[in-house]
Design a protein around this ligand. Structure first.
Ligand SMILES: *Cc1c(COP(=O)(O)O)cnc(C)c1O
Length: 360
């Protein structure tokens, strides 16, 4: 069977090259006679896989030496809670920027632990833009400032890095980490669930500045303390070994293909193809402010929602799946992460044109 173009928002498509490599190594990894899934996480084979994955991620993102890289579990959702537990450092409040569904969940989780100042919000326009820095009302005593770099559901992405002075900047990069270069030094903490743009579900990556580790609430649960995982080099308990292995293969592929600068160019080309077409038609509509449109997730509605089912059926017949929009937004959503080849976007745009011509 031919592989489809998978536009899923997550878990999402993985590079075919990586899947083939993993298939080749499934029964016997590098002559050791076992699958990576069957290895002890404390054995030298898996340790070498984990160390290479961390080294490659550090190289790709040029992560400074004073940052820890943690391979955790629990998804971005657990980070919504671990962040206040670890970063409040005795303070009573944190600043959050409200940009949509994922920011909302981060805010809700933080409210269990502290006062949340919503210092900027895009709610006034239905979360269709990224609030400009000038409109952020940062507070003096905030322990940190949290924002969502890419709203996976709304399709809104920050194309700039906020300035928060001495207050640590914390960022949910679940759906755009590794899609472009990032100046890690501008952040106190960056986190991402792997299943959007990095690897399989089950792995959560946390990149945290040294000085923010070891300052959790008094007597924190060990599993929720970054220090536990930093001290144990992410091996306090069994890590998600197979997900780390696959993510490691993705890192190697990115390194072989020009790193994140090249990935960004490919992502810009793909996103432009789709947005440029959307500009020319009123059959489809994307509501997001032009400068804040996500390169990763492109939501669009059809002129007549009654045609949605037919659109999806026709797409499937042409080998394109998972285009149905999030239930909160409706319409369609094309997630075009790193692993989506440009041919997938070309096929989609051609189909959109045909469909509009036939039904418009
Ligand atoms: C998917 C997603 C999450 C939630 O991730 P889980 O791994 O399901 O906890 C959080 N934030 C963003 C931006 C996401 O895209």
């Amino acid at each position: 069977m031919a592989r489809v173009f998978n536009f899923s928002a997550g878990p999402a498509a993985l590079p075919e090259e990586v899947l083939k490599l993993a298939a080749d190594e499934m029964l016997d990894w590098h002559g050791c006679g076992q699958s990576v899934m069957e290895m002890s996480h404390r054995g030298k084979e898996f340790i070498s896989i984990a160390q290479a994955a961390e080294a490659d991620l550090r190289e790709l993102l040029a992560i400074p030496a004073n940052y820890k890289v943690l391979f955790l579990q629990g998804g971005a959702s657990l980070q919504f809670e671990m962040i206040p537990i670890n970063l409040l450092r005795g303070k009573a409040a944190a600043d959050y920027v409200h940009t949509g569904e994922w920011a909302k969940k981060a805010i809700k989780a933080a409210k269990t632990f502290c006062n949340v100042n919503t210092v900027a919000s895009a709610e006034d326009k239905g979360f269709t833009y990224a609030p400009a820095q000038g409109d952020w009302k940062l507070t003096k005593d905030a322990a940190y400032v949290h924002y969502t770099a890419n709203e996976t559901i709304g399709g809104v992405e920050f194309n700039w890095v906020p300035e928060t002075g001495d207050v640590p900047l914390v960022c949910d990069m679940s759906s755009n980490m590794l899609s472009r270069p990032v100046d890690v030094a501008k952040y106190g903490l960056i986190y991402a669930g792997a299943q959007k743009n990095i690897g399989p579900a089950g792995l959560t990556i946390v990149i945290v500045r040294d000085d923010l580790v070891g300052k959790a609430v008094p007597t924190p649960p060990a599993m929720l303390d970054y220090k536990t995982h930093a001290d144990a080099e992410s091996m306090y308990n069994t890590p998600p070994t197979y997900a780390i292995y696959i993510a490691g293969l993705v890192f190697q592929l990115l390194k072989r293909t020009g790193g994140l600068a090249a990935a960004e160019e490919r992502n810009i080309a793909k996103a432009n193809l789709l947005y440029d077409y959307l500009e020319t038609t009123d059959f489809y509509r994307n509501p997001v402010a032009k400068g804040d449109r996500s390169r990763m997730n492109v939501p669009f509605t059809l002129k007549d929602a009654a045609l949605d089912e037919e659109f999806l059926k026709g797409a499937k017949a042409k080998g394109m799946v998972q285009l149905k929009g999030h239930r909160s937004v409706g319409g369609m959503r094309a997630s075009i992460y790193n692993a989506m080849p440009i041919e997938g976007v070309q096929t989609l745009v051609e189909y959109m044109k045909e469909f509009a011509a036939a039904k418009g």
